[in-house]
Design a protein. Structure first.
Length: 369
């Protein structure tokens, strides 16, 4: 049964550990997710700040393709502002072959931390994304040759030599977060899949539908799709946020609290320079406030199921929950959490547990006649 769950691996790893072993841990985790029947695994691209070690996610996707059987493997995402679209398209088609059709091309403007190193600002990142996206889509899924001249790349009668694997198109997803309007409108304009990041900072403890902007993102995308004669499918909408499940709520919070504090205050606070707490917020309750705001799901199986139901209600429905793996706890605790998600949470969310329960209830009812 499809779980409609996936992994999102930035991946982030605390400094002080062997980076070689950390990268191989990421591959081991995807192999585990494949055995647990998770639907997807996404690999991010980062070049600064020390924690995000993977600068060439296509290499991990290629490696994972040889170690897995059914899980789909995705770029999460290619910062299109920093890559020539022809090279992005070429890598995408090669990865589709290596995965035998299990590849998803995720793109976005790029993160601000890396942009500074490349001499870009946010506006330039968004401009380049909008400029390169139509050329990339034609190169990946079209048949026409592309000629385009910009101030940062050129294409002259460009067309890939290698055909796609199979007759269908490569799925292309565009990342968006917060109150972004430009990315959802590009999603609607070109009929792309949407990947939303629910990683808010400095939020008080209030309803997720108000603060994460997820429903508004979908609204912007649908409006743009209607303007350009496109139709979007909610099943192609992915939402990424941290998730950790344990046998009890108290155990789940205890397992991740110290790692969460380091991730929030060291990585995002001290290193990246973000304001990670709302004015007047209690630092000791930062994890509780994030969970209450919908920026993470932490708790028992019942808690996480209820949290997913709340997200479905707040957004109007979405396709896949991507578990953002933040390394908040030990490998053993993380593996156990993924096991609980696969064995107990997913069947209750996707309905897989309903038919066996119906058969059991019917057997009991028939004996009572």
């Amino acid at each position: 049964m499809h779980s409609r769950m996936g992994l999102f691996l930035s991946p982030v790893h605390e400094t002080g550990q062997d980076p070689h072993l950390a990268i191989h841990r990421d591959l081991d985790l995807v192999e585990l997710a494949d055995r647990l029947n998770f639907d997807e695994a996404w690999f991010g691209e980062h070049h600064t700040l020390g924690w995000g070690l993977v600068g060439a996610p296509e290499t991990l996707i290629a490696a994972a393709s040889q170690r897995t059987r059914q899980i789909r493997l995705a770029h999460g995402v290619v910062p299109l502002s920093g890559h020539h679209p022809f090279h992005v398209a070429s890598r995408a088609v090669h990865l589709q072959h290596l995965t035998r059709g299990r590849y998803i091309l995720g793109v976005g403007p790029g993160v601000p931390f890396d942009a500074t190193m490349f001499g870009l600002d946010g506006g330039e990142q968004r401009r380049r994304l909008a400029e390169a996206l139509p050329a990339l889509l034609e190169l990946v899924n079209g048949e026409e040759r592309v000629t385009q001249r910009t101030d940062w790349y050129q294409l002259v009668d460009a067309k890939l030599q290698l055909p796609r694997f199979g007759p269908g198109p490569i799925e292309v997803a565009l990342a968006t977060s917060g109150t972004s309007v430009s990315s959802p409108r590009l999603i609607g304009r070109y009929g792309l899949s949407m990947t939303s990041f629910a990683l808010p900072f400095g939020l008080p403890s209030k309803d997720a539908s108000e603060h994460l902007g997820l429903a508004q993102q979908w609204k912007h995308a649908e409006e743009a799709a209607a303007e350009h004669g496109r139709t979007l499918r909610r099943e192609d909408w992915r939402i990424a946020l941290p998730v950790h499940v344990a046998e009890t709520r108290a155990q789940a919070f205890a397992e991740v609290r110290e790692g969460y504090d380091r991730w929030l205050f060291e990585y995002f606070g001290r290193i990246s320079g973000r304001d990670v707490l709302a004015p007047g917020a209690d630092r000791l309750r930062a994890l509780e406030d994030r969970v209450a705001a919908g920026g993470a799901l932490v708790g028992s199986v019942d808690d996480v199921v209820a949290g997913i139901r709340c997200m479905e209600e707040a957004t109007g429905g979405f396709g896949t929950l991507l578990v953002y793996v933040a390394d908040w706890t030990s490998y053993e605790n993380t593996d156990r959490s993924l096991g609980l998600l696969a064995h107990q949470v997913a069947p209750r969310v996707n309905g897989a547990a309903a038919r066996p329960q119906e058969a059991a209830d019917r057997a009991v009812a028939r004996r009572g006649r």
